[in-house]
Design a protein around this ligand. Structure first.
Ligand code: TYC
Length: 151
């Protein structure tokens, strides 16, 4: 990722100097950058010893693979309970929760949300536990989604 960084050498350093640079982000004190020969985003080769070796920072962030949380239909769980579950665990308002519940009711299954794996599994487990606690057979499961970068 390219980051626009700004180096400001303070008056305490004896220089009142502002330089705008476009370069890979380096977490480095301006003074060290100056000593390392970093100017205008480029490394000046001073040769010999005493220079500070600086490797460009590599972007480390990768988006996690995503998983669908799937709600399954059954003949016994009350519609109102399913709506409440969708509101409680998936942040849906009543209108959206009712739409999703009816889609699951008519099609047999439906997607409640898409999340990183740990969040998806936690939500499915919360739904299943809540249904068990209330004596309903409602089931929720998780499946890999093709909607991410790896898909
Ligand atoms: N089919 C259920 C009924 O008629 C309602 C229902 C909807 C159950 C969605 C589960 O995931 C579900 N009472």
């Amino acid at each position: 990722m390219r980051v626009r960084a700004r180096l400001v050498l303070s008056k305490r350093c004896g220089v009142d100097y502002t330089e705008s640079m476009t370069r890979d982000y380096l977490s480095i004190h301006p003074f060290a950058a100056s000593r390392a020969g970093v100017r205008n985003g480029e490394r000046e080769d001073h040769g010999g010893e005493g220079g500070l070796a600086i490797a460009p920072a590599k972007p480390k962030l990768k988006r996690p693979p995503l998983y669908r949380v799937i709600l399954l239909n059954d003949d016994y769980t009350p519609m109102e309970f399913v709506v409440l579950v969708l509101e409680q665990f998936f942040g849906m308002n009543r209108e959206k929760a009712t739409q999703v519940m009816l889609a699951v009711h008519t099609r047999g299954k439906g997607v409640c949300g898409i999340y990183p794996q740990d969040i998806a599994e936690t939500k499915a487990a919360q739904v299943n536990q809540s249904a068990r606690d209330s004596g309903h057979p409602l089931l929720c499961e998780v499946e890999p989604s093709m909607d991410d970068d790896e898909g």
